[in-house]
Every structure is written in structure tokens, then in C-alpha cells.
Design a protein around this ligand. Structure first.
Ligand code: NAP
Length: 311
């Protein structure tokens, strides 16, 4: 039995990605095999494929890729009693292999898909939902806080901004102008990035009549330092993209791995989406065979929301 799967043989740009026939993965003890319906793509995969983590997380070639996944359980390995063939699930794949027709997963990283959660969104939720929860937890959002989210048009950023609002904060979202109307519709005050951003954030705080209490950085490139400059306490700054800045300023760098219960965090965000209290658009869907186009869009400026491969 074969499976079509995205593979790459060397580090490089999206052109190194190929969709090839591989032997169907066999679920080992405690694993399930999914017939994939949708699989989100993430900036982490771009960085891994480009070799930016070659020192810390080397890959062995040929390499598969993809974490986020939604699909139907097709077969189960020994010892699995929480899922059965036919179950519709979403979560994370095991061993980074979700960009394929068939992928392995472990039950502890799977949730049952609510019928009201579209396959595409379910397939792109695990990483960004858990990371957004971790980042909002890290800065200790309280009702009445004025919170800055850098990268508010991104998948993690828009969820973090909305979760902070859910917790009673007012949120300033740093994003390019094309997303400002959308952010306003979510109750987030948009501020453009680029020259003069410090003054625009000060003006936003003056208009709100409150000091900037916390900052969530999903972009890097100086937002940690900017938060400190604007008077935010370092322990109320969290970055998921600027680890050096966090070290330098004593800020936090909590991402998904800071969570004690990742599935519970993802399930909470999914429930808010299903209830219509939180929005995460699907920016674009591409069939598996067009995986290069999907990453080109991710890496060169994409509309707000998740980019998802459909199978
Ligand atoms: N540590 C972890 O656990 C963890 C987990 C998930 C993701 N991450 C990292 O977090 C980052 C964001 O991930 P994501 O999935 O949200 O990516 P994404 O959906 O591609 O969002 C990134 C957004 O950043 C915005 N942006 C670009 N330059 C900006 C600037 N100078 N100021 C403000 N916004 C800017 C872009 O929107 P506009 O330009 O349209 O405004 C873009 O939509 C990535 O670096 C990813 O690797 C870390």
C-alpha cells in the first residue's frame, strides 16, 4: 500500500518539496493511522526545511513534514482503546508527517472533531491554538489590561488577541493596513507597523487612558525591546519568535511547550470557534500536490488566517 507524501531531500526553498509515493506508515503500539483530510502549514516547517534549525533540530533525509492534521482514523496499533477506525479527529501527527495521504498519530495528541468545526480549520488548529493560549497565559492577562499583540493578523496573533479580549483585556493589534478593518471587526484596535510604531502605540495607550500592561510578540525583530521601551514589565512580555530578545531583556519565551495540557488548550479554542466567539479564517487551501504554492504564499505575505493543505 502506498501513500502520497510531501518529502524533501535537502534544505532549501519550497522548490525542494516533492510529492512522492511512499510506503504507507504502519501504526506501532499506541499509534493510530489517519487518512488525512486537511493539514495546516506553519512557519516552523519553512524554517526547518530552509535549514535554519540544522544545528538544533537536524532532519534526516529524505524528510517528511507537517504536524497539524485532521482526518479519519483508519487503523489502530496495539493498546489503543480511545479511538477506533472511522473516528473523525484532529490534532498533531506523530513524527512530523501530516503532509501526506496517510499519517500516524498518538491518541494523546488527538481530539474528536466537532461536526461544526470545518475539516480545513480543524487541520490547522493544533499548533496555533495551543501557542496562542500559552502566550496569553504567559503574560498573565487580567480584565482591564491594555495588551499589545504584535503580528495580530497572523494565525497565532489573531487568536492571542481574541483570547486576551475574552479575558476582559483591551487589545492593540500590530498589523499591516490590509487587516485593519478585519481586526476592528473583532474589537481589536489596529496599529500599523514600521517607522513611528513606538509613537503610535503611545498614542493608542493615551487614547485608551491606560498604560500598556502586557505584550505578546509573534513576529520578532525588536518587539520585546519595544515593549520594554514603552514601559511594559519584562515578565509581562512573551515572545514566540525572538529568543535572544527574551534573554537580553528578561522577557518570557513561552510557546506551546510551556503548556501542561495542550489538548485541553486546543479544545478550548475550538469550542470558542464553534460558538462563534473567536474567529480564525482559513486564508487559503491547496491540494497536497500544490504544496510548494502553499509555502510560497506562507513565506511571502499572506492574507490573515491559516493556509491548509487538503487531501
Ligand atoms: N514557539 C512556539 O511555540 C511557536 C509556535 C507557533 C508559531 N511560532 C512562531 O510564531 C510566528 C508566527 O506564527 P504564525 O503561525 O502566526 O504565522 P503567520 O500566520 O504567518 O503570521 C505572521 C504574521 O506576521 C505579520 N507580520 C509580518 N511582519 C510584521 C511586523 N513587522 N509587525 C507585525 N506583524 C508582522 C504578518 O501579517 P501582516 O504583515 O499582514 O500584518 C503575518 O500574517 C512564526 O515565527 C512561528 O514560527 C512559534
Amino acid at each position: 500500500m502506498v501513500s502520497r507524501a510531501v518529502m524533501f531531500q535537502r534544505y532549501g526553498p519550497p522548490e525542494v518539496l516533492e510529492v512522492v509515493d511512499v510506503e504507507a506508515p504502519t501504526p506501532g503500539d499506541g499509534e493510530v493511522r489517519l487518512r488525512v483530510r486537511a493539514a495546516g502549514i506553519n512557519p516552523f516547517e519553512s524554517k526547518l526545511r530552509a535549514g535554519l534549525f540544522a544545528g538544533q533540530i537536524p532532519v534526516s533525509f529524505p524528510a517528511a513534514q507537517g504536524t497539524d492534521v485532521a482526518g479519519v482514523v483508519e487503523s489502530i496499533g496495539a493498546g489503543v482503546d480511545t479511538f477506533a477506525p472511522g473516528d473523525e479527529v484532529y490534532g498533531a501527527s506523530a513524527r512530523r508527517g501530516s503532509h501526506a495521504e496517510l499519517a500516524l498519530a498518538v491518541p494523546g495528541q488527538l481530539l474528536r472533531r466537532p461536526a461544526a468545526l470545518d475539516w480545513e480549520l480543524a487541520g490547522g488548529l493544533w499548533t496555533v491554538a495551543s501557542t496562542a493560549v500559552a502566550a496569553v497565559d504567559a503574560v498573565g492577562v487580567q480584565a482591564g489590561d491594555l495588551v499589545v499583540v504584535a503580528g495580530a493578523a497572523g494565525a497565532v496573533g489573531c487568536l492571542a488577541a481574541q483570547l486576551a479580549r475574552q479575558q476582559g483585556a483591551s487589545v492593540v493589534g500590530v498589523a499591516s493596513e490590509r487587516s485593519h478593518a478585519w481586526l476592528r471587526s473583532l474589537g481589536i484596535l489596529p496599529v500599523a507597523y514600521g517607522d513611528g510604531i513606538a509613537e503610535r502605540l503611545r498614542a493608542a495607550a493615551r487614547a485608551a487612558g491606560a498604560a500598556l500592561a502586557a505584550l505578546v510578540d509573534t513576529v520578532g525583530g525588536g518587539y520585546v525591546a519595544l515593549g520594554v521601551e514603552l514601559g511594559v514589565a519584562p515578565e509581562r512580555i512573551d515572545t514566540i519568535a525572538d529568543f535572544e530578545g527574551a534573554r537580553e531583556h528578561g522577557a518570557k519565551a513561552d510557546g506551546q511547550s510551556a503548556l501542561v495540557d495542550i489538548p485541553a488548550a486546543v479544545e478550548r479554542v475550538a469550542s470558542l470557534i464553534v460558538a462563534g466567539s473567536v474567529a480564525l479564517p482559513v486564508a487559503a487551501c491547496f491540494p497536497l500536490e500544490r504544496v510548494r504554492d502553499a509555502y510560497e504564499l506562507l513565506e511571502h505575505g499572506h492574507p490573515p488566517g491559516k493556509i491548509v493543505l487538503t487531501v
